[in-house]
Design a protein around this ligand. Structure first.
Ligand SMILES: [Zn+2]
Length: 692
């Protein structure tokens, strides 16, 4: 839910909304009554098709143009697609739950009191504004009181407990070498810009963004009471310190390679490296369990951190910490002028939003983000019928069976590797809808009228919950997404697929529609998550989640050669003028899309045959095969601002949706056949890529 410790976790799609709550805050605006849901959402929707476009030339535009017409990009969104369309429906349901829970009543359950009062406190902008910076003042004082660098470990540990992302982060994580054991995991952190390359790129746009970042940091310091001249100087200090950290950090592409993060060590060894920072004092102050085995994910970063704290004046370190404290809380829980400034930089400048999102949406997302399993429990009872769960499970099992046959039939893989690949597939755990055991929030105190204090206590709760896992058996029943989330993920170190309840609804899945539509859409997602276990990153983990090579050298070479085809395909795409997609960064997602869609297609063909579906019959003018492909493409209908497209192309492992839809289809001759596309058509690749 919070910063996930898992070094590699494969989600289906980038969704701005949850990130927006904490990182891209917005100020309170005038509230309006939520608009009731628009036209009925369908998995296969013929009314969205644009028949003036040739499906063999641009299938995405052919399938989605009607949706684009119906859904102009809202001014408060940086991108808006079908995931967000459904999440908006879920938000209305969640709001209803929260509105009820927010009414003070002695009959509220403990969870209702917590989610209701957190929501009410977040909505109460009058109280937040009136308090000014007083609620954060004790923390500012604590930083100001730092006497020497020797006291940094205790201060930093405290800041980490309240969610401040300064310098580095500590969490629990499964040992790469032994997936049964949870060890302490230290990773690089401490940047205010989205990722390390923002600090080092030399193109004009990036130089401008860094200047805008410095302006933003300066304005936040001014709001916190600093004189202008000092604020400007302090903002430069922040950029300088973060640039040093960034230069020593791995790139987003390097972070996708698990071997780059695998540096098992122990307390004694890391302590020796950190000559200017007492790790023992830090661990004690963070209340982290004292287990000896740890992973230092980025040794080069920690060496630089050690040097930086020794040669940087104490005042500058304090400035850096002050910025990160204010940045963390400038979100939804500080006065409106902080939120406005934060929104202006992160949502407007970096991602192109024109207007702030309504506050009820932000507060609802906040509760979903911070207490998702308290809110989600009510949500699931109301909106996720057992039949939907059963149907989802059946589809998952059908696609797993298809993958089994697919692996068996591969012409490039040896019998030896096939045995282990199938063992891994058979060991996949299917998690559907919601957790078997709900998270216990009883130790968190939520106080009505104390929005910032609530956020501090919830951060503290999450930090303690995370660290408490160290040294204990791995809990594979734990979820990293809340039940109402419209998304899915594969967890490589646990070899499980996770499909939250919020996703199993139209326009992605519907009991009212047939298998052609459901397999094309939800089926391809199930296939996508399963394929993540066998993409360039996931394939490096064995059936038990250990980072252990189970491939013959020859098979590995075969895999890499095939994957290279996909790398080149995406490298060639120019997403915004001057910015190409990064084939290596997006490889895992692209392989998952390609394999997932193929598996869904095979599973659906088999099912149709068993059920004697008339494949020539037309519904709404389309054959079942055609509806399968259209349902696939329609899940990706998304409008994105150029600013966000740029951010996404530079740092997101997911390619923009148009390319996710079209590129995969050009690789599948079965698609071309369904629409009688000529060999020379744009939607037919002369050299199709295929791995799984
Ligand atoms: Zn994915």
């Amino acid at each position: 839910m919070f910063s996930s410790p898992a070094p590699s976790q494969y989600i289906l799609a980038f969704i701005a909304v949850l990130a927006a709550v904490r990182a891209f805050p917005q100020p309170p605006g005038s509230e309006t009554t939520p608009i009731p849901a628009g036209p009925e959402l369908r998995v296969f929707d013929p009314s969205l098709i644009d028949k003036t476009v040739d499906p063999c030339e641009n299938f995405y535009r052919y399938s989605c143009n009607g949706w684009f017409k119906r859904n102009p990009l809202p001014p408060d969104e940086t991108s808006y697609g079908r995931f967000r369309e459904l999440y908006d429906v879920n938000l209305l349901h969640l709001k209803q739950i929260l509105d009820e829970a927010a009414v003070p009543s002695p009959t509220r359950s403990p969870n209702e009191q917590k989610i209701g009062d957190e929501y009410a406190s977040c909505m109460d902008t009058a109280t937040i504004d009136k308090a000014g910076i007083a609620p954060i003042q004790p923390e500012l004082n604590r930083i100001a009181a730092l006497k020497s660098i020797a006291d940094l470990p205790a201060l930093l540990a405290h800041l980490h407990t309240i969610g401040v992302n300064a310098f580095f982060s500590i969490s629990s994580s499964q040992d790469f070498a032994d997936a049964n054991s949870e060890i302490t995991y230290y990773s690089a952190a401490g940047l205010g810009l989205p990722e390390r390359d923002y600090y080092v790129r030399t193109d004009a746009k990036s130089v401008q963004q860094r200047q805008q970042y410095v302006d933003h940091v300066g304005k936040i310091f001014v709001l916190a009471g600093e004189p202008d001249v000092r604020a400007t100087r302090d903002a430069e200090t922040v950029l300088n310190i973060e640039t040093r950290l960034a230069r020593a950090s791995l790139t987003v592409t390097e972070l996708r390679e698990p071997k780059n993060l695998d540096h098992a060590t122990d307390m004694a060894s890391l302590s020796k490296e950190l000559t200017h920072f007492s790790l023992a004092e830090y661990v004690a102050a963070a209340h982290a369990p004292a287990v000896s085995k740890i992973n230092d994910a980025e040794p080069r970063f920690f060496a630089e951190f050690n040097a930086l704290i020794a040669d940087t004046p104490l005042d500058q370190i304090k400035t850096y910490l002050r910025w990160h404290l204010l940045h963390t809380y400038a979100g939804t829980t500080m006065p409106g002028n902080f939120e406005a400034e934060s929104w202006h930089f992160y949502s407007h400048i970096l991602n192109g939003a024109e207007k702030q999102q309504e506050r009820w949406k932000r507060c609802t997302s906040l509760v979903d983000y911070e207490m998702g399993e308290a809110l989600g429990q009510v949500y699931v009872a109301k909106y996720f019928p057992p039949e939907a769960r059963q149907h989802a499970l059946e589809m998952t099992l059908a696609i797993e069976q298809t993958m089994d046959k697919d692996i068996e039939g591969l012409d490039w893989m040896s019998a030896e590797t096939k045995i282990r690949a199938r063992e891994k597939l058979h060991a996949v755990m299917n998690k559907i809808g919601y957790p078997a055991k709900w998270r216990d929030y009883s130790t968190v105190s939520i106080v009505r009228g104390d929005a910032l204090g609530n956020q501090e206590r919830l951060s503290n709760f999450e930090f303690a919950r995370e660290l408490a896992k160290i040294g204990k058996p791995v809990d594979k029943e734990e979820w990293d997404m809340s039940p109402p989330t419209v998304n899915a993920y594969y967890e490589p170190q646990q070899n499980n697929v996770n499909f939250p309840a919020g996703y199993f609804q139209p326009p992605f899945f519907s009991d009212k529609e047939d298998d052609a539509a459901n397999y094309g859409d939800m089926g391809s997602t199930i296939g996508h998550e399963l394929t993540h276990g066998f993409d360039d990153e996931g394939r490096q983990y064995d059936k038990d989640g250990n980072l252990k090579d189970w491939w013959t050298k020859a098979d590995e070479q075969q895999f890499n050669d095939r994957a290279e085809c996909t790398v080149k395909q995406f490298d060639a795409i120019e997403a915004v003028p001057g910015v190409h997609l990064n084939g290596k960064l997006t490889l895992g997602e692209n392989l998952a899309d390609l394999g997932g869609l193929w598996l869904a297609w095979m599973a659906w063909q088999e099912k149709a045959e068993a059920q004697h579906v008339d494949m020539a019959a037309r519904t709404d003018g389309y054959t079942p095969d055609q509806r399968f492909w259209i349902a696939y493409a329609q899940q990706w209908c998304t409008q994105t601002r150029p600013e966000q497209l740029r951010t996404q192309a530079e740092g997101d492992p997911h390619a923009p949706d148009e390319y996710r839809a079209n590129t995969v289809l050009t690789d599948l001759p079965e698609f071309a056949k369904s629409f009688s596309c000529k060999k020379t058509a744009l939607m037919v690749s002369p050299k199709p890529c295929r791995v799984w």
